[in-house]
Design a protein around this ligand. Structure first.
Ligand SMILES: [Zn+2]
Length: 235
């Protein structure tokens, strides 16, 4: 079941109240249209009836697509600073529904599913794109690290995130994305063969792979993004 709840949010331009149907849970096996709406950026986006501004509610729901072995706990960007607490809460919810504390039938249904946690729309969209392309999400993070090593530079942490932004073909389409607006500000393309190279060279990457995989928040920016959000608060 995909569960919705009506919430009123103020338009960021003119403060007119706008009604949103927000989800608590998306079951994309039954509602593939919701998966498509997440991919095309229309999901949970509304138009202000007064001024015409299009804006989007930050996500907070569980995304389930057991057919693709996906259970993604999605959190709003502002919670990134508490990522450890969010991960713990997501883990508890997952364990209850499909993990250690679930019944046999639910556990069997979710066989091969590993919990993932993300913050904001671009991170969720990236997980769906990677899964669709058959790319292991940990390998994708390693590929980003390889790309950054080659470039030798990155924007200051906190605002922009390096994300997969299009289905990969011959090129792995990465970009520095504004996590709040979802806008890709700077493209960083890599050869799609990089994914296979990293998998073929497993021993060289094992330590980093273990570190990235040590949390359901599989994101090389895990600590950087939290720090960026903290420094804004003066810590
Ligand atoms: Zn407005």
């Amino acid at each position: 079941m995909s569960l919705f709840q009506t919430v009123t949010l103020a338009c960021p331009s003119c403060a007119t109240p706008v009604e949103f149907e927000l989800v608590a849970s998306v079951n994309a096996d039954r509602r593939p249209d919701l998966r498509e709406a997440i991919l095309d950026g229309s999901f949970q986006r509304e138009t202000c009836p007064s001024c015409g501004t299009r804006f989007r509610a930050e996500p907070q729901f569980a995304y389930l697509e057991l057919g693709r072995h996906l259970y993604i706990a999605v959190w709003p960007l502002d919670r990134r600073v508490d990522w450890r607490a969010c991960v713990a809460s997501s883990q508890a919810a997952f364990d209850l529904a499909y993990g250690e504390q679930a019944g046999v039938a639910a556990r069997e249904l979710a066989e091969g599913v590993a919990l993932r946690t993300v913050f904001g729309w671009p991170a969720l969209r990236e997980k769906l794109l990677a899964s669709q392309a058959g790319i292991d999400d940990t390998t994708l993070e390693l590929a980003k690290l390889a790309v950054l090593r080659r470039l030798g530079r990155a924007p200051l942490p906190g605002r922009l995130e390096l994300r997969l932004v299009a289905p990969p073909g011959a090129t792995l389409r990465l970009a520095w994305v504004d996590a709040r607006s979802g806008r890709a500000e700077q493209a960083v393309d890599a050869d799609a063969g990089l994914i296979a190279q990293i998998e073929a060279d497993a021993p060289a990457w094992q330590a980093l792979r273990d570190e990235l995989g040590s949390s359901p928040l599989v994101d090389f920016q895990r600590d950087l993004l939290g720090r960026g959000a903290t420094s804004r608060g003066g810590a």
